[in-house]
Design a binder for this molecule. Structure first.
Ligand code: PLP
Length: 309
């Protein structure tokens, strides 16, 4: 359904890394699709396959005003000729509130705007069942595409990489992508995760997600053994930025021609460079999983009136 072959493994040269004899590669999942961006396509792939197989009428899912996941779902459903419904946090919003929501609507997604209190119920069975009465025969996918099939879709990322790395870096929202990677990591590789939410217990969230979809304790323990969380790299919290981060994103683009977004991927590379300097890391190999997200990032920057390429 998606052309994952567009995601290349590419080597990049940065002076700071060269001088430390660090090999640096990026897995370019951002190149998979303009709208079904990066890890969102990975998470939707098997879910959509299953929905088609089950002859579902559509996909119902959840997201915030700048959700890359909602946009990806809307675009993917349109491609396969399936309906889509997005439950959006914020009753004050409309499909004209920003370009992301406008695009979702343009792809045929029906947007239902709910209060923050109601949105907080998104994981509750009774609330989900009431939505499925309103939208019969729809398949419900949790926020961010974070379910079992989403994890298995993300497990595929490392399988496309034909060499080993000492370190892998990835951004974390729901933790679904990082869990998929952790499940497929070579034993000697450390997985570095950068949560973009403030006060987020990433390790526990990963455990809970794995638990909730039925992984065994031993599997959970083994796959999270080599995970290192960078909890203080969110730059103030979700969607928060500072000029240093924005300057860094511009600098990185000038050096590599790889665009980063200020919500997820920019914070990861920023944290990675910081970790290298603080710990004086040398003679190693690093892989960064570029999870995409440029659409939402650009839109949020516009609304926040911050300067961003
Ligand atoms: C959604 C998103 C993430 C978060 O992925 P999870 O699987 O929810 O942890 C990371 N990076 C980008 C660019 C995203 O859009």
């Amino acid at each position: 359904m998606f052309d994952f072959q567009k995601s290349k493994l590419q080597c990049y040269k940065l002076d700071e890394l060269e001088s430390r004899s660090i090999e640096f590669f990026i897995k370019r999942d951002d190149l998979i699709d303009e709208f079904i961006s990066g890890n969102k396509g990975r998470k939707l792939n098997l879910n959509l396959e299953s929905a088609i197989h089950q002859k579902k009428s559509g996909i119902l899912t959840f997201g915030g005003a700048y959700s890359n996941h909602l946009l990806a779902t809307a675009a993917a459903c349109q491609q396969v000729g399936m309906k889509s419904v997005g439950i959006v946090r914020g009753e004050e919003l409309s499909k004209y509130s920003n370009h992301m929501l406008e695009q979702c609507s343009h792809f045929g997604m029906e947007l239902k705007f709910v209060s923050r209190d109601q949105y907080a119920l998104r994981h509750e069975k009774y609330y989900q069942e009431s939505l499925l009465i309103e939208f019969p025969n729809f398949m419900l996918i949790p926020e961010g595409g974070a379910n079992y099939l989403g994890i298995i879709g993300c497990q595929q990322i490392m399988r496309e990489i034909n060499r080993d790395f000492d370190h892998v870096f990835v951004a974390q929202g729901t933790t679904c992508t990082s869990v998929g990677i952790a499940l497929s990591l070579p034993v000697k590789t450390t997985l570095h995760t950068v949560p973009v939410l403030k006060g987020f217990d990433a390790m526990n969230e990963m455990k809970n997600l794995m638990n909730s979809v039925g992984f065994e304790e031993q599997t959970i323990h083994n796959s999270l053994k080599n995970v290192l969380v960078h909890p203080e790299s969110h730059v103030g919290g979700y969607g928060k930025v500072d000029t240093e981060l924005l300057y860094f994103i511009e600098y990185f683009y000038a050096q590599t021609s790889v665009p980063l977004d200020p919500i997820y991927t920019g914070k990861v590379i920023y944290a990675m460079m910081n970790w290298i300097q603080v710990n004086n890391i040398e003679n190693t190999s690093i892989l960064f999983i570029h999870t995409g997200g440029l659409q939402g990032g650009k839109e949020m920057s516009k609304d926040y009136k911050i300067k961003f390429a």
